[in-house]
Design a protein around this ligand. Structure first.
Ligand code: C2E
Ligand code: MG
Ligand code: MG
Ligand code: MG
Length: 289
């Protein structure tokens, strides 16, 4: 299956038969044009320091705004990954996120990276170029990897090491949902562990299972810290959760309690968001490669 590319040439898609439904082919064709049609947006969710509740940075999250409505990344990221479109889309995301830092709209930003992006031979070079071109500090850009990036640990820990040498830290996202053990993570040059929100369900509850869940988390945090990892808890929705997480010494918290993912003007200027949107968000500046 072949789709004409925005910038000329063709993109080739390796669709399994069960992925080739008319709806998915329609979505894929539309997604292929999403950048040039200016339908992609980044939203930013605050990450706060648990002790002080100071905003430490933001995670950039992708949205696809179609005429028919906003499409969730849970739907289109898998499609972008299986088709390879995640590579140009991911590069757009990285540039836009770095641009937000360059414009001082956020202090530092964390970007989600798919395995296919991470495996591109020029990935490190691309990151380095963006940091230089935007004139930002390397430590203002964090990369969130999932376990799937680390399947071939020997090969890819070298990539993480190269990023580390440039001053760019990586986080392991959604920890606890896959098979990674803490010791496996500790042997990678990963700096940050993001504990998946599925862990939060019973945290803060005074029930037996709630107390047990918190003790498990306390153990994870203690071991992770002993390995020099920084902990971020994802999906914090209640004050009870936040208090319990601070009590077990989780360093950073992220979740709806502290802020939903928001478009940029809302991040810094809640009162002026409407007019500010037009002026602040110049999406045409970031071009796909
Ligand atoms: P993620 O990286 O684990 O991002 C956290 C997700 O949890 C986000 O969903 C966020 O909106 C949601 N969330 C944050 N706080 C709360 C909370 O308190 N409660 C609940 N229920 N949810 C919360 P979102 O934005 O729908 O993104 C879903 C996933 O899509 C992300 O999970 C990430 O894996 C992927 N994704 C998003 N943007 C990008 C991107 O630019 N590139 C790539 N490769 N993947 C992306
Ligand atoms: Mg993430
Ligand atoms: Mg996550
Ligand atoms: Mg996730």
């Amino acid at each position: 299956y072949r789709v004409k590319r925005a910038g000329g040439g063709y993109a080739f898609f390796d669709l399994n038969q069960d992925q080739g439904s008319p709806i998915e082919i329609e979505q894929l064709t539309a997604l292929n044009h999403a950048i040039e049609r200016d339908e992609l947006r980044l939203v930013f969710q605050p990450i706060v320091e648990a002790r002080t509740l100071r905003v430490a940075g933001h995670e950039a999250l992708l949205r696809w705004e179609r005429q028919s409505g906003t499409v969730s990344p849970e739907t289109f990221i898998p499609l972008a990954e299986s088709s390879g479109l995640i590579v140009p889309i991911g590069r757009w995301v990285i540039r836009q996120a770095a641009l937000a830092v360059a414009r001082k709209q956020v202090d530092c930003v964390s970007v989600n990276i798919s395995a296919l992006e991470f495996q591109q031979p020029d990935f490190v070079k691309y990151i380095e170029t963006v940091v230089q071109e935007m004139g930002i500090q390397p430590h203002q850009l964090y990369l969130e990897l999932t376990e799937s990036c680390l399947l071939h640990a020997e090969r890819y820990s070298a990539v993480i090491q190269q990023l580390f040498a440039l001053g760019i830290y990586t986080a392991l996202d959604d920890f606890g949902t896959g098979y990674s053990s803490l010791t496996a993570v500790a042997h990678l040059p990963v700096k940050i562990l993001k504990i998946d929100r599925s862990f939060m369900v019973e945290i803060g509850e005074s029930s037996v299972t709630g107390v047990k869940a918190l003790e498990v988390l306390r153990g994870v945090v203690t071991i992770a810290k002993a390995y020099g990892l920084t902990i971020v808890a994802e999906g914090v929705e209640t004050e009870l959760q936040a208090q319990a997480l601070a009590e077990v010494d989780c360093t950073y918290l992220q979740g709806y309690l502290f802020g939903r993912p928001m478009p940029l003007p809302d991040v810094l200027l809640p009162q002026e968001k409407a007019e500010a949107w037009q002026n602040w968000y110049v999406s045409t500046e970031a071009q796909p490669p």
